[in-house]
Design a protein around this ligand. Structure first.
Ligand SMILES: Nc1nc2c(c(=O)[nH]1)N[C@H]1C(S)=C(S)[C@@H](COP(=O)(O)OP(=O)(O)OC[C@H]3O[C@@H](n4cnc5c(=O)[nH]c(N)nc54)[C@H](O)[C@@H]3O)O[C@H]1N2
Ligand SMILES: Nc1nc2c(c(=O)[nH]1)N[C@H]1C(S)=C(S)[C@@H](COP(=O)(O)OP(=O)(O)OC[C@H]3O[C@@H](n4cnc5c(=O)[nH]c(N)nc54)[C@H](O)[C@@H]3O)O[C@H]1N2
Ligand SMILES: [Mo]
Length: 762
């Protein structure tokens, strides 16, 4: 038997695909990876899954003009016919409505390979073809993205430019991790990685005696095998905790006045709020204790400890994925500024040290492989998480980051590389909105909930069916991704689909730039190689790289410390804020006049939280974290993800007291519900949870029956509100629910079934 071996890469790590008789039989982890992800084991099963879309398919009802996209049947058509249909629809809508009628932001993670990165390819195609309504921001750190430029002049710390682990290990004495450091999240990095180092960094931190404090509603956010002090906190109240700490520093004279004067703008304004001079309410530790559920003593001693020792304050991205999510990020910067260690090795603030594998990994700052996406000539975009508002209310006005905008009237949606039927909040509202456009076109590899709600479905290849180049910032490798098997069914590469559509619209040459797949692989690699050369880093030529399967970058010469240069010389290295300093009071933001995001960090109670009046009817705060066994909704039907289900449903973690009060036992099937919707879930008792808090991971493929999702997509319960008028980010972590035992008959969900697909007649 001749087995062949092919290097490849997924968002959850590099690997070698082993192929036997046209089938991938194994995915072996990349040799140097110290902590490969078990999710590699799901790739072969998904590649050959019966859920693969075999041929281009058209929704039956669409042909008859109906827009009810739930539960319909499909008719297979030839590629030529499908491409003609798509080209005609695009041309019709462009003609009738212009680019404002086409929604093509296509948010989603797509694949790790950068040549075949579907979201880049679709935007390249739609922008070159005249433009469309794009999406700005993301679901990961949408609030931070629009807040941080006002406060520190850049968003780059949230995407990875934070003080690196080497500097932390050598200098830090206490790490305070708001939202914790769940190692499971570091399996993943957008674009994939060769080395999963977080477990190793944490072990070294522990061996070096660095104290780790995890502030989180759940003990599960303490990294496995690492000792940490756990401070349980009510969800969405970290800002109050930080304000209580800031007040303590001020009251005890532990704040660094010199740092605040020299490097910060507006501390006096913020201090007046902290002391209560502006509103009569001192934000002292007692005040914070009543909001957060953390004792005043704990707050005071944590404040003292971060001021007296070298401290790193890091906030998980989840903190800002909540209503008023701007505030904890601004407050943590304010707190770190008072401590005065910003710009010192191992000190200051950081974001997301375990949110992705890449955060805090030392690496040279060099460009990665990328397909160029031109500018959107239509200059139209909405904040990514406002999609339902847009679809439901064309012509309505909304505020965003200091400007007023109007929602366009969308006639056609084109999506490739994402799954809004998993990722968007308040799915029942979103499902109503999805009925509005005339036409929905989707490229997918599987019959996902999105594909099953599209009008024209084009089957896309997966990474192992094509050649690519991949890699991510802050990983020392760039990877060759070799085609391992032939395309399954009639699947085609997204690139080839768009190239054919571009041909029909007369811009094939511009789209392909005269390159085929290998031409593009060579091109993006050579682009990276040239960028590296400019920084004094030599990479091998393409042919050598391709044959070897990867190329390695040398380690950086020095440890990276965030704002080190600014601290050394703030005149020579000012921040790109109006004052050139850290803005603890922002005249710019204050000038927008937003009560939901005023001019300095404040505590604003969210509309749903455990201290809210509504907590009577909906007494449990639902957190929806990242799934351990899959990447969002990707890999959900595979054995690893299936193994975590309880009675076929997505698990919900619940405190034993909350369960007992509802006559619920471990392993029971429950209905989780609120005014927006409901889903089934299987109970996993967890005494490491703060009582009153329940946790479900995102990504279970939904199977709605009316307003009830039978599988357990928690977005059937979350609120679809912007973080504030400033950033309009998603507020997924702000949701109250009730839970009851489900006593109905066990009806297994049908989320992992293909729709009824009729073979082509002609
Ligand atoms: N309640 C709640 N909701 C959340 C979050 C939360 O914390 N709580 N987190 C949010 C966050 S941070 C994110 S990033 C989003 C993630 O949301 P998404 O990125 O939309 O989720 P994925 O499941 O990764 O969807 C990617 C889709 O692309 C498809 N795909 C992969 N490769 C290819 C390809 O080569 N071609 C084509 N055509 N398709 C491909 C996959 O099959 C999959 O269906 O979810 C958000 N939603
Ligand atoms: N295995 C796996 N890893 C992933 C992903 C995946 O799908 N699977 N997705 C990746 C993506 S796209 C992203 S953006 C990142 C996201 O990275 P994060 O946003 O950091 O991840 P989450 O799991 O949403 O949240 C981390 C923890 O924050 C805690 N938390 C939530 N709300 C609060 C709060 O109000 N206060 C406090 N103190 N803690 C809170 C929760 O307990 C949760 O476990 O993860 C990435 N990593
Ligand atoms: Mo994300």
């Amino acid at each position: 038997m001749t087995r062949t071996r092919h290097p490849s890469l997924a968002h959850w790590g590099a690997f070698t695909a082993v192929v036997d008789e046209g089938r991938v039989v194994d995915c072996e982890p990349f040799g140097p990876d110290p902590s490969p992800s078990p999710m590699l084991g799901s790739i072969a099963e998904m590649l050959h899954s019966p859920l693969r879309i075999q041929r281009p398919s058209v929704r039956k009802g669409w042909l008859a003009g109906n827009r009810d996209r739930e539960g319909d049947e499909y008719v297979e058509v030839s590629w030529d016919h499908a491409l003609d249909l798509v080209a005609k629809e695009l041309a019709r809508v462009r003609e009738e409505s212009g680019p404002a009628g086409i929604f093509g932001g296509s948010y989603g993670w797509s694949s790790a390979g950068r040549v075949h990165h579907a979201r880049s390819l679709i935007r390249r195609f739609l922008f070159q073809g005249g433009g469309c309504v794009d999406q700005v921001g993301n679901y990961s750190w949408g609030a931070a993205q629009f807040l941080l430029p006002h406060v520190i002049g850049t968003t780059s710390p949230v995407s990875g430019d934070v003080t690196d682990w080497e500097s932390v290990l050598a200098n830090t004495r206490v790490i305070v991790a708001f939202g914790g450091m769940p190692i499971k999240n570091s399996q993943v990095t957008s674009g994939g990685a060769g080395l999963h180092n977080l477990p190793g960094w944490l072990e070294r931190a522990q061996a070096g005696g660095i104290r780790l404090v995890v502030v989180s509603p759940t003990r599960a956010d303490i990294p496995e095998g690492i000792a940490a002090d756990w401070i349980p906190i009510r969800p969405n109240t970290d800002t109050a905790l930080m304000l209580g700490m800031a007040h303590t520093l001020l009251a005890e004279g532990l704040h660094d006045s010199e740092f605040l004067d020299r490097y910060c703008q507006g501390f006096a304004r913020w201090a007046a709020y902290l002391t209560g001079a502006t509103d009569g309410q001192p934000k002292n530790a007692q005040w914070a204790a009543a909001i957060t559920g953390v004792s005043a003593d704990t707050i005071v001693s944590l404040a003292r400890s971060i001021a007296r020792e070298r401290s790193l304050l890091t906030a998980a991205w989840a903190l800002q994925r909540a209503q008023h999510g701007e505030q904890p990020y601004w407050a943590v910067i304010g707190l770190a500024a008072m401590v005065g260690q910003i710009g010192l090795p191992g000190g200051g603030f950081a974001f997301g040290h375990a949110s992705l594998n890449s955060i805090g990994q030392p690496r040279r700052q060099v460009p990665g492989p990328e397909v160029p996406v031109p500018k959107n000539p239509a200059q139209l975009a909405i904040p990514v998480a406002r999609i339902t508002d847009m679809l439901l209310a064309p012509g309505a006005e909304y505020e965003f980051n200091g400007a007023r905008h109007t929602y366009p009237d969308i006639k056609l949606i084109y999506w490739a590389g994402g799954n809004p039927f998993h990722h968007h909040q308040d799915q029942n509202r979103f499902r109503q909105a999805w009925r509005k456009p005339q036409t929905v076109i989707v490229h997918e590899s599987w019959w996902t909930p999105l594909a099953r709600r599209a009008d024209i479905v084009l089957p896309a290849t997966t990474s192992l069916e094509r050649c690519d180049v991949g890699g991510s910032a802050r990983d020392p490798y760039v990877f060759a991704m070799h085609r391992a098997v032939a395309p399954q069914g009639e699947a085609r590469n997204d690139f080839d689909i768009f190239a054919e559509l571009a041909r029909r619209a007369g811009f094939h040459e511009a789209y392909t730039a005269g390159r085929d797949e290998m031409g593009w692989c060579r091109h993006v690699y050579e682009g990276m190689r040239a960028g590296c050369a400019e920084k004094g880093v030599t990479l091998p030529g393409f042919d050598e790289f391709w044959a070897n399967g990867h190329a390695e970058l040398p380690p950086p010469d020095s440890q990276y410390v965030l704002f080190e240069a600014f601290r050394r010389d703030p005149q020579a290295h000012p921040l790109r804020t109006p004052s050139g300093k850290i803005e603890l009071y922002s005249q710019e933001i204050a000038g927008f006049g937003y009560s939901d995001c005023p001019g300095h960090p404040v505590w604003l109670a969210p509309s749903e939280w455990l201290g809210a009046a509504g907590a009577g009817q909906w007494p449990l705060h639902l957190l929806t974290n990242q799934p351990r066994h899959r990447l969002h909704s990707q890999l959900d039907p595979a054995a690893l993800s299936r193994s975590g289900k309880i009675q076929g449903c997505e698990p919900i973690a619940m405190h034993p007291d909350d369960a007992a009060a509802r006559q619920i036992q471990d392993g029971d099937r429950v209905r989780v519900f609120n005014a927006r919707g409901a889903c089934l879930a299987g109970v996993k008792l967890d005494s490491g949870l703060m009582p009153g808090v329940v946790v479900m991971s995102t990504g279970a493929w939904s199977d709605p029956d009316g307003d009830l999702d039978r599988h357990g997509n928690p977005n059937s319960l979350t609120a679809d509100i912007g973080t504030s008028r400033l950033a309009q980010g998603p507020s997924a972590q702000t949701a109250l629910v009730q839970v009851e035992r489900d006593t109905g008959p066990a009806t297994p969900h049908r989320a992992w079934e293909s729709p009824l697909v009729h073979a082509a007649t002609a």
